[in-house]
Design a protein around this ligand. Structure first.
Ligand code: ADP
Ligand code: ASP
Ligand code: MG
Length: 486
């Protein structure tokens, strides 16, 4: 075998032991949580794996940074600086609980420098009285920039060779501020140049999730919940052997355990099912997470950092057959239904295109569409451009829109070919008013729109109907009531 081939094989082997571990906000919410996270990563290293760690901002920090940015944008300088001061103290206190000696001095100084520049930024925004998506991304980036430094220092303090990597040097994106699209080839090149050598030197790289930068170095973000996406990009870019999403529940559950406490852990789910669930509202995974993993067939695990010995959920290319038609039920709130009525023109050539063009111009994604002879109903995420969109549509049709709607999405590959499922779904919620129904083009989801206020009741009724007698091969029936989260 040639030397080059041998080197290639060694690289292949190294990648198989490489595991990307993403810890969400609750897994780094305070010193105790960061220590739990440290112990989990140590466990992986002791098994001979090489972890690359992606962390979110500490729990709720992103919301608070957005609130500070909004206050500054309204010209409320004092309000913005007060929020920043509380965040500064929370990070300084956490670092003091977590670290000691030189490392504490270094991180403490970095936190103070970070918050000094955040204060300057907020003052600038308040002076102008205008918040652009670009400055908003800059403000919000401090959460992950600082949490990742702190976690890297904790790893260094506890013998895991923590090495901080600025995500903005690796996660290269376009300039779509607030929801930037990653440039995967550039990301792969940067990861290979900056992160791989750290792994090979036995270090544990720690990268802030959610944030990135344009090729010109301007800070961007990948959209709310985007740290999962970062983990998948890092896993995909480095051809990792596995991606682990560590959160505050035992895995992907049969529905949101906050709403339905008897939700069960799903042991294995397919990429396709997980992608549908994430897109249609299951907050446990960011919708874009799955794609980079699918492209390289990297298994993804969802695990509980508060209950690390639990097996979690494995997401793989093929899911085993399941006796239950559905794996999980998601709900997506804050949706608006738009009814477009055009009595004569609907079926004329090019009409639908002119309708969709309006949404395209406003960069507004459509979730669900249904048509009748004279009308089209669409659902979109509620947003402040809707009046303008509807005014534009008003030029070609009669339009009305109604907010406070929610989409319930029931997902499972085993609904393919089963009859009578729709009957069971709608009789379980016969007391609830259903507005639009669609069986997704992918054939693995059944979705419908209801009032937002009916979501909890609908989820509980549907869960009782479909998960009363779950298939033990696919669901963790032993732990029926244990959703680990109190
Ligand atoms: P993190 O901060 O770790 O990214 P998130 O809050 O984004 O965590 O996601 C985890 C939360 O997702 C859980 O606490 C749970 O309430 C919610 N969730 C919604 N649907 C599901 C589901 N089907 N399975 C598991 N969790 C879900
Ligand atoms: N901190 C970001 C958010 O709260 C990203 C993430 O946690 O995934 O949206
Ligand atoms: Mg999340």
């Amino acid at each position: 075998m040639s030397a080059a081939r041998k080197a290639e094989e060694r690289a292949g082997e190294a990648r198989a032991t490489l595991v990307v571990m993403k810890f969400g906000g609750t897994s780094v919410e305070d010193a105790a949580a960061i220590l739990r996270t440290t112990a989990i990563v140590r466990g992986r290293r002791e098994r001979g794996l090489s972890p690359v760690v992606v962390v979110s901002a500490m729990a709720k920090v992103t919301d608070q940074l957005l609130a500070a940015a909004a206050a500054a944008g309204r010209g409320d300088k004092a309000g913005a600086l007060a929020i920043a001061a509380r965040l500064r103290n929370r990070h300084i206190d956490t670092a003091a609980d977590l670290l000691s000696g030189e490392l504490l001095l270094e991180v403490d100084a970095a936190i103070r420098r970070g918050f000094d520049s955040l204060d300057d930024l907020l003052r600038g925004i308040a002076a102008v009285g205008e918040l652009t998506p670009r400055t908003s991304d800059k403000v919000v980036s401090y959460g992950e920039r600082i949490s990742s430094r702190m976690v890297a220092a904790a790893f260094a303090q506890h013998g895991l060779n923590g090495a901080h990597v600025d995500a903005r040097k690796c996660i290269i994106t376009d300039d779509h501020y607030g929801k930037a699209a990653p440039l995967e080839a550039a990301i792969e090149a940067r990861l290979t140049e900056l992160v791989l050598p750290l792994v090979e030197a036995g270090k544990t790289p720690v990268i802030g999730g959610f944030i990135g930068a344009t090729t010109d170095g301007i800070t961007t973000t990948l959209g709310r919940g985007g740290s999962d996406y970062t983990a998948a990009l890092v896993g995909g870019g480095l051809c990792a052997g596995a991606i682990e999403i560590w959160t505050d529940v035992n895995g992907i559950m049969t529905t949101d355990p906050r709403i339905c406490p008897d939700a069960l852990r799903v042991k294995t789910i397919s990429f396709e099912e997980a992608a549908e669930l994430a897109y249609f509202g299951a907050k446990v995974l960011h919708p874009a997470t799955i794609l980079p993993a699918v492209q390289k067939s990297i298994p993804v695990w969802v695990l509980n950092s508060r209950n690390a010995t639990n097996e979690g959920t494995k997401i793989t290319a093929m899911a085993p057959p399941c006796a239950s038609p559905f794996k999980s039920i998601a709900a997506k709130k804050k949706l608006t239904i738009i009814d477009i009525v055009a009595s004569r023109m609907l079926m004329t050539h090019g009409y639908l295109k002119s309708v969709f063009d309006v949404f395209d111009r406003f960069e507004c994604a459509i979730d669900m569409v249904s048509t009748s002879e004279v009308s089209i109903s669409l659902t979109v995420e509620s947003n402040n451009r809707l009046p303008a969109i509807c005014a534009e549509l008003g030029k070609i049709a009669d339009v009305k829109f109604e907010g406070n709607k929610a989409l319930i999405c029931m997902v499972g590959e085993d609904i393919r070919g089963q009859s009578g499922i729709a009957g069971r779904v709608f009789s379980a919620i016969r007391h609830i008013n259903v507005r639009m129904i669609s069986q997704g083009a992918s054939e693995i989801n059944m979705s419908f729109m209801i009032e937002e206020s009916d979501v909890d009741e609908a989820l509980r009724s549907l869960h009782a109907e479909f998960f009363a007698d779950p298939d033990p091969a696919v669901f963790d029936t032993a732990a029926r009531a244990v959703a680990a989260k109190v």
